[in-house]
Ligand binder design. Structure first.
Ligand code: G3P
Ligand code: CA
Length: 311
């Protein structure tokens, strides 16, 4: 009787975990399409137009990389600086900082040195194509407003330690914004599931400590893999994450990573698939994604080309 009771409790806990915490792709055993910075092969990354195309092309989730403005607003931008994807150097020519990168000095315009009103003056589209002139950097709130009800959102806490040194708590800002939009709990909005990702294990641990029960995906950088790519690493990741997000390159060397992750009930989401940089082993980006998802068993993929995701 006691054994039956223990078994029933165990099963209920397991089912509860799957329903409440496990990323949808793992629970349903289907492959998940995440539009990387939106459909960023076809429109400027992190523009509303890139998000619109991503949804039109069938993305399950639209990704947002998050930065913080001088006045503490979350905006969607991949880099901590503005000069690659906006005309900040023309609009604010004197507002740069000089930094040393690999022995060379470089001018940078940090997002955190500009207010939202200043960032909204910038053109975030012409760098990609003149036809996108006038595109604005979206706030996270604007991204939510646009995507909500049409797809999931997949925010990434970018450089939370850097922002922490400036006095910002990115985890707190993110959770407050999700709560304001009724998206802070798993299943809160079935049409807009939320998965949070980060290269920063401390940031994901802080989310858990703050009571976040949303699925968390731990990104693993090939340039700083630490001890994560091992069965022991997966056990450690399971303490604070529901999935891992390794570069696809890891699976070429260590295809067992998928098995080790799944043994810990961690989903595997690979980055990044791009039609402009397909490995020469594959005919096209669709074939490349098919290999990693179907042959190697990964659960999900970030791609700049949502329209090329294998059906
Ligand atoms: O977040 C997954 C992938 O986007 C990580 O690389 O540099 O494009 O943010 P990055
Ligand atoms: Ca990202």
């Amino acid at each position: 009787m006691l054994r039956f009771f223990a078994f029933t409790c165990g099963m209920l806990l397991f089912i509860g975990w799957f329903g409440a915490v496990a990323p949808a792709q793992y629970a349903k055993n289907r492959k998940t399409l995440i539009a990387h910075r939106g459909a960023s092969a076809y429109a400027p990354e992190h523009s509303i137009e890139a998000y619109r195309l991503a949804i039109e092309q069938g993305a399950d989730f639209v990704e947002q990389d998050l930065q913080i403005t001088k006045d503490g607003v979350l905006v969607c931008l991949h880099d901590t600086t503005l000069e690659r994807t906006t005309n900040v150097a023309e609009v604010f020519p004197d507002r740069f900082k000089t930094v040393e990168i690999k022995g060379e000095s470089k001018k940078v315009w940090n997002v955190a040195d500009f207010t939202l009103a200043e960032i909204k003056q910038l053109d975030a589209g012409s760098w990609f194509d003149k036809k996108f002139a006038g595109t604005k950097v979206p706030t996270f709130q604007e991204a939510i407003d646009f995507v909500k009800g049409k797809a999931g959102i997949y925010p990434e806490t970018k450089e939370p330690e850097f922002y922490g040194r400036l006095g910002f708590d990115m985890v707190k800002l993110l959770m407050a914004e999700l709560k304001k939009n009724g998206l802070d709990r798993p299943g809160a909005n079935p049409k807009t599931p939320v998965i949070i990702q980060s290269f920063s294990a401390p940031s994901l641990r802080a989310l858990r400590r703050a009571g976040c029960r949303l699925p968390l995906v731990f990104l693993i950088d090939p340039e700083a893999p630490g001890d994560w790519i091992s069965p022991k690493g997966m056990k450690e990741a399971r303490k604070f994450a529901d999935g891992i997000g390794p570069s696809k390159k890891f699976l070429d060397v260590t295809p067992d990573l998928v098995k080790w992750a799944h043994a810990e009930k961690l989903s595997v989401t690979l980055y990044t698939f791009r039609s402009r940089s397909v490995d020469r082993r594959f005919a096209d980006v669709t074939a490349e994604m098919r290999h990693y998802l179907l042959e190697l068993g990964a659960d999900a993929a970030f791609t700049d080309n949502p329209d090329k995701f294998p059906k």
